[in-house]
Ligand binder design. Sequence first.
Ligand code: UD1
Length: 339
Amino acid sequence: MKVLVTGGLGFIGSHTVVELQKEGYQVVIIDNLSNSSIEVLDGIVAITGKKPIFEQLDLRDKTKVQGFFKQHQDIKGVIHFAASKAVGESVKKPLLYYENNINTLVYVLQELEKLEIANFIFSSSCTVYGQAEKMPITESAPVQKAESPYGNTKQIGEEIIQDTCKINPKVQAIALRYFNPIGAHQSVKIGELPIGVPQNLIPYITQTAGGIREQLSVFGDDYPTPDGTCIRDYIHVVDVAIAHVIALQRLLATKNEINFEVFNLGTGTGSSVLEVIESFERVSGEKLNYKIVARREGDVISAFADTQKANKYLGWKTELTLDDAMLSAWKWQQSLNKD
Ligand code: UD1
């Protein structure tokens, strides 16, 4: 059964391709390599022994998108990761983000509508909740005005899909709202490849311990949390990847209750920045050089998922721990340092 994974060479995309291939799906990857590397394909082959079909294609090119779908009319599902994801960059280049994340989504959905079977999984984010009033965050928590163009593209993206599903019952879609995906595949053949200075906590930690960065700045220790640092729900990327396969299977088996469903992907447990550092030090045996600095603008105090809906309807829950994720991220960093 043929499945298209857009952005399939990216961080979450590549791990999802591995899990799809393990389940026997024939995977076609579209990626424009704007924030990924062709070597990731070798990593996928090394893990699974199978080479996915790969098309280097920019989804902003509508004619090429149409041509691609004409060639692959037997696609039974689309998992759509391809998007830009840097919050700070999105503030500086909003139109690039709207073009990359919205135009491409529209083009893919337009082609999907023409297929016999139109199953669609969308990468959304817990960023749609902003600072939620109640923890843990359920899917029915109100969506709040986005803080950045990036966050806005996720909200608008969900709305576009919902509107499409409303008038076209053939389109079956699930939006997965990720909390903080981290870690790397246990084989250490694929992982996160941040370009330039990492903005996210875990690659910054591993690069600091790996000698690439001098020191980690912990953004604020005066938040109203037990140790004063922000709380997030860090989830192993392999657990995230497996959830995508299960969500797709739900659509393929027509087990979905409505044609647009939304699920949180998190562990259900919040960890503070200092707890993440402790976990890293425990599993790596390294002492991390860090200092407390001022808060980062735009950070929410706390965000962790209520996972009951995903547990119940997807029959999925996370298997891997924060320690597992930190160890895999560290091993991945060490493997990159060897290159
Ligand atoms: C960020 C984005 C979010 C995006 C997600 C995944 C913002 C405001 N949010 O989430 O929209 O979906 O990445 O890419 O950018 N921290 C430090 N020092 C660092 C880096 C981070 O202390 O050098 C802290 C942050 O203050 C935060 C936590 O670590 O409390 C996690 O930060 P990060 O990994 O950037 O993720 P989010 O901010 O949750």
